[in-house]
Structure formats: C-alpha cells, structure tokens
Design a protein around this ligand. Structure first.
Ligand code: NAD
Ligand code: UD1
Length: 316
C-alpha cells in the first residue's frame, strides 16, 4: 500500500489532491488550518489528519520517524504574495525554513522515498518582461514570497543532485477552482471574485476592489489540471531534480476575466479601482513545453474551468 503525506492538505490545492489520491493508499495530512478547512477533505478511512505546523520540528520529526512515505507533497505555505510583503519574517519561517527542515528530516529518516514534490511559484520570474516564461527564463523575484519560493525550490532540487533524494518542483501559475478560501483579503483573486458574484446574485451589496487598472494579466489554471500535472511529475523518472511550469500557456487580464464571468452569469459586477499592490507582477504566462513533453494534456480553458467552478457553487 502506497503512503502519501500532503502538507497543507486541508488547503485549496492540497485538499483537491488528497480527495483525488487512490482509496487503497494511506494518506497523512498535516495542516495548521490557518487557511485550510477540514470541510475540504472528504471523509475517508484512509486519511489521517494531523493539526499542526510544518515549522514544528518536534512534530515533523515524529511523523517522519514513525512512518516511511512513498510520496511527499509539500504544499503548506502562506500562499499570499501581498501577505509576505506585510509579514516577511513570519512568512519566511513557513515558506522557506520549513522546507530546509523537511529536507533534513527526509535525509535522516525517509530512505525509501519515491518522490518529494515542492510547490514553487511563477512569482519567481518577477517582472522581467520576456513572455512566456520558460523554466530557464530570467529569475527576478520581487517579494519575500518569491525569494523564499525560489530559494526553497533550489534547495529541493539540490538535495537531488547532492544527496540523491528524489525531488522535483512545480512552479504553479495562478490556480483556481473549488475549495479556495475566499475569506481573507489575501485570498486568490478568483475566489474573491466568485464570492462577490454570489453576494450580487443573492441581492446583497457587492463590490470588487481591483488593485491597479485591471490590465494586469495572469495564466489562470484550473485545479484539476494542476492535480494531473502533480501526479504525472511524481510518476516519471525524467522529472527528477527538475522544475516544471504548471499553467495553461494562455493569459487573460483581470478586466477580461470579469467580462467572461459577467457574461456567463448575465450580470455586471460593480468594480472599485484601487492603487496597485506593492510587488504585484504586471503580466504572467507560462511556456508549458516541458510539462507537455512528459505527456500532460490540459483539459480546461479559462471559460470551461470557470463554468465548472461556478457550477460547483450553484451559480449556473
Ligand atoms: P492554501 O492557503 O489554500 O493552502 C495552504 C495550506 O497550508 C492551508 O490549508 C494552510 O492552512 C496551510 N498552512 C499554512 N501555514 C501552515 C503551517 N505553518 N503549517 C501547516 N500548514 C500550514 O493555498 P494553495 O493555493 O492551496 O497553495 C498550495 C501551495 O501552492 C502553496 O505552497 C502555495 O504557495 C503554492 N502556490 C499556489 C498557487 C495558487 O495560485 N494557488 C500558485 C503558486 C504556488
Ligand atoms: C498567486 C497566488 C500565489 C502564487 C502566484 C503564482 C494566491 C493567494 N496567490 O499570486 O500563491 O504563487 O499566483 O503566479 O493564491 N487582486 C485584486 N483584487 C483582489 C485580489 C487580487 O485586484 O481582491 C489582483 C492582484 O493585485 C493581482 C491579481 O489580482 O494583480 C492576482 O492576485 P492574487 O490572486 O493574489 O495572485 P498573485 O499575486 O498573482
């Protein structure tokens, strides 16, 4: 029986992954529930939930001492770029220090590991204007979040080259879909938008704060495509010691995105334009040739992904 550990497994991407993993496996989830929720995880006998922080060395040592895992997905992080600008020290402890500690624990205790997958980010590319971003493009991190993701990712890949630990990293672009927590001002923009539309459609006052003029663009990738990419990368030998962009290869501006959702729902969302956020990237789009080369097949466009998401929220 395969054993998995998913840190951040009660969060958006983590819970979607946990709910997709095979029934005949044993899955340990570690999450401090700062953003995630137990409601995101399906109730199954093969899932063991541990509430705690990945920065807690005693807890993490115990987990890795007691069990041998086949696959480790390290998704726990403070995922907001803007939050890292507000709280660089706290976010560094979770987004960088926990990774180095995890690598050392793996080196000590996890002799049979098949793969560690680390969730890095498109934020590492920063605002260098050449698009689309290839894995070998210039790295120009603009925020504590991006610096930590790049440093952690490089440690993770170096542990493969230096010590033979089986590792890979994924650079997610902007992931969206069900289970993303919309409640924080630092939540992913699509979850905040969908929340605003929900209010609007139920007759409550609703207005969306748009930071900047709405011409910034992102490569929004539907979470089910992300899960396909994670499982594919974890299963292939040629992905060892390498990082992979995970996106769609297409981008859309926030103004266009709002138009797409307005049209789908037949409403017009009131938008309040505010100052641009410090450290915000203007344009982002992935070159996904490396991911395609291992057999990835994207199933969703922004239109079909949004439709699925709105359906799951009973809005269409
Ligand atoms: P999320 O906030 O929904 O999930 C992260 C989870 O980690 C949450 O459940 C949170 O409670 C948990 N967590 C936070 N600090 C913790 C700690 N100290 N100990 C244990 N658990 C902790 O975010 P997500 O969108 O699911 O992101 C998952 C990973 O992917 C993160 O590493 C994020 O940086 C990365 N990522 C996400 C995106 C995106 O667009 N969503 C893009 C690039 C990278
Ligand atoms: C997102 C992810 C980050 C990931 C990165 C990869 C989250 C919270 N952030 O960062 O983990 O590493 O993609 O590309 O999942 N905006 C508004 N109004 C709002 C919220 C946001 O206008 O209420 C704007 C932002 O200023 C930004 C855009 O929407 O221009 C996207 O913001 P956000 O969803 O936070 O994503 P990124 O910062 O791109």
């Amino acid at each position: 029986m395969k054993k998995y550990i998913v840190t951040g497994g009660a969060g958006f991407i983590g819970s979607t992954l946990v709910n997709h993993l095979p029934e005949d496996s044993m899955i340990v989830v570690v999450d401090d529930l700062s953003m995630g929720s137990l409601n995101n995880i399906e109730k199954k006998k093969n899932i063991k939930f541990i509430q705690g922080s990945v920065t807690d060395e005693k807890l993490m040592s115990k987990i890795f001492y007691e069990d041998q895992f086949d696959y480790i997905f390290h998704l726990a992080a403070i995922a907001s770029v803007a939050d890292s600008v507000e709280r660089p020290l706290e976010t560094h402890q979770v987004n960088f220090e926990s990774v180095l500690m995890l690598l050392e624990l793996i080196r000590k205790y996890q002799k049979n590991l098949k793969r560690l997958i680390f969730s890095s980010s498109a934020a590492v590319y920063g605002d260098e204007p050449t698009l689309p971003k290839q894995e070998e493009s210039i790295i120009r991190p603009l925020t504590p979040y991006a610096v930590d993701k790049f440093a952690a990712e490089q440690y993770v890949l170096n542990y493969n080259h230096l010590y033979g630990i089986p590792t890979s990293a994924v650079r997610f672009f902007n992931v969206y879909g069900p289970n993303q927590n919309p409640e924080s001002p630092y939540s992913g923009v699509i979850s905040i938008l969908v929340n605003c539309y929900k209010k609007l459609l139920s007759g409550q006052p609703a207005s969306f704060s748009l930071f900047g003029d709405g011409s910034q663009s992102r490569d929004f990738v539907y979470v089910d495509d992300v899960i396909q990419a994670l499982l594919l990368i974890a299963s292939k030998e040629e992905t060892l010691g390498r990082q992979f962009n995970v996106g769609t290869g297409k981008s859309i501006t926030l103004n266009e995105l709002i138009r797409v959702i307005d049209d789908e729902l037949g409403v017009k969302l009131p938008v309040q334009y505010k100052d641009e956020r410090a450290g915000d990237i203007k344009d982002s789009v992935a070159d996904i040739s490396r991911l395609l080369s291992i057999g990835f097949e994207s199933e969703y466009t922004i239109q079909s992904g949004m439709k699925n998401y709105l359906k799951s929220e009973n809005l269409v």
